[in-house]
Design a protein around this ligand. Sequence first.
Ligand SMILES: Nc1ncnc2c1ncn2[C@@H]1O[C@H](COP(=O)(O)OP(=O)(O)OP(=O)(O)O)[C@@H](O)[C@H]1O
Length: 677
Amino acid sequence: MEVLPAAKGSVEVGLLPDVSHLPHIVTVGRYRIGRVLQRLAQPWSGQARFSHIAASFDDAVAQVHALNRKQPIDALVGAGASGAWIRERVDIPLAMVEVRGLDLLQALRQAKLQTTAETPHVGLVTFGEPSAVVAQFDSLFGLGLVQIAYQGPQDAAACVQKLRAARVGAVVAPGLVADLAEQAGMSSVLLYSDISVRQALNDAMLLARHRRAERDRHQRLETVLHQLQDGVVAVDERGRICALNPRMAALLGAPLEALHGRPLDEVAPTLGMGRALAGEEGGEEVVQLAMRTLVVRRAPILENGQLTGALLVCRDPAVIQRADRSLRADQRQRGAGVRWRIEDYLGSSPAAQRVRQLARQFAASEATVLILGESGTGKELVAQGIHRAGSRAAQPFLAVNCAALSESLLESELFGYEDGAFTGARRGGKTGLIEAAHTGTLFLDEIGDMPLALQSRLLRVLQEREVLRVGSTTPIPVDVRVIAATHADLAAQVERGQFRRDLYYRLAVLRLATPTLQQRGSADVAELAHSMLAQRLGGQALQGQALSRTASHKALAAMLDAVLLRAQAHPWPGNVRELDNWVERLLACQHYLVASTQHGAAELDAARLLEIFPECAPLMPLAASEAARKSRLKDAARQAERKRVREVLESVDGDQGRACEVLGISRATLWRRLNQA
Ligand SMILES: Nc1ncnc2c1ncn2[C@@H]1O[C@H](COP(=O)(O)OP(=O)(O)OP(=O)(O)O)[C@@H](O)[C@H]1O
């Protein structure tokens, strides 16, 4: 790389296209110092890009600014009055060529050799104040020095005149004065030695590297800030914006450049930056900014313990909520998803139709639902159906069986716990189901079995819409729809003091009863059983089992009908689960159930059927079946009575006295009707 000779204005020295990564150093100086700077910069050209500005004072300042706009400058090198002038007016580090003691002595000695008898004196021109040390040195050694201090180029000509008048033969001076002295017939020696210039170039290298590293760091930070979804703004100690990202500029409603340097408290007083500048370290706070609600966090900026500004981060709550939702959803296994829709609740009986109808209505609401029904009557199916048909369908549906866990386990499962809440607690704590179901639905099965202490905590969640983890004092806001279910008579439990009345009312805003199979009648039983058979056969085919070994679907359906015909009096205590068990049994025993007749045809073996399905009654003769029919009718009437009593009881929230009044019966009759089989 070659250093080009100085030319008018700025000259780019040895700049190659592949060296843009090198720091950019600009030497500034006219006259002799300019030429020395260029000459001595040459050996450094492998480590930096050098440019030279052959100007001084204001001219130099203007050219430095112009060049810096085109190619950012990392460091400047200057000397004397002009160097000091530039350093004052430019925001780029400048390494000064210093006048050192030894250099000065050598220069003086060199000058002394060039004096004559007529002009025996040596002149010394320095920038600023005359040096007291030099004056002392002069009087000690009798050098006959003429020392002049000058402040700027305007003084240069006057300086030279003074030197001539004082019979100075040779002068040690900065570039401009040295050149003028030569023109006036004096000898001159440059005030700055090569060693001082090299030292200044070395200083400039260090400054440039440092500034380059700073700039790179700043650029990286800028990139990060630009990528942030949050709005970030920093102010100086006077509250003026010194950095901000595009997101923040958008929130403040003005272009980025227009905001730089403006007082943030003037632009957006609601952000309360003054508090951070007063040294207040705050948590998150909700503020209003031009019709928007934002969550802000402020922090003072301290450098070496001194407050130098403040930082503010603004977040859009919608972004926080989205992140919160996905975090919470992630914390739960996705497997806990929803399988059923309301349409999956099969049955054509009026009771079944009513369940579907109510479920659809409840799905449109946000209120808490209480589902009452015996085990296996489809309570969870209905709960899932309501969730899936509602506005929370895309959010989590989480279920817990309150009867299946011990009190402490249920508590931590539901409410979660903080790190170190109890011995054996998982590190980092645990998110409870209530928190995990945020924005979704929580299904509390067998709510009647929830211990009283937990009932109180659940009530608080429903009332305050916030959950308190075990071992924590900070409530976490939650938005959860609760659907509870029970096979128990909750109203009676309330009466007995086993269930909190206030919780009961909170839960039973919307009520739905899932009828037993017996209540739904044999048509529904058959519909369900056939659907289960079809499902199981579909499953088998999917699993690739040899269908040849299975009787045809039609034959199995006929067998199922035969079994169900004999099961008409069966009360189905296990409801749909029991029915499914029958279908499974039929499939497993299909070959055993069929016997060959004398003519070789296949026929259902009645004895074997009773053996496999002992719950079935043998087909009875007509008279006997007539008696059975009558007894079934009687049963049905009793059930209808019992159902009516329950409905009334529910409508008066378990108040038995009121129920008796509504029904016009005595308490004893009420009890009998409730307890009759
Ligand atoms: N009407 C129905 N139509 C179709 N399937 C049903 C119906 N009712 C119940 N089921 C099925 O019966 C099984 C048991 O249902 P579910 O788990 O919802 O009952 P549950 O009342 O919540 O029982 P438990 O109280 O014992 O948990 C499920 O496989 C469900 O699909």
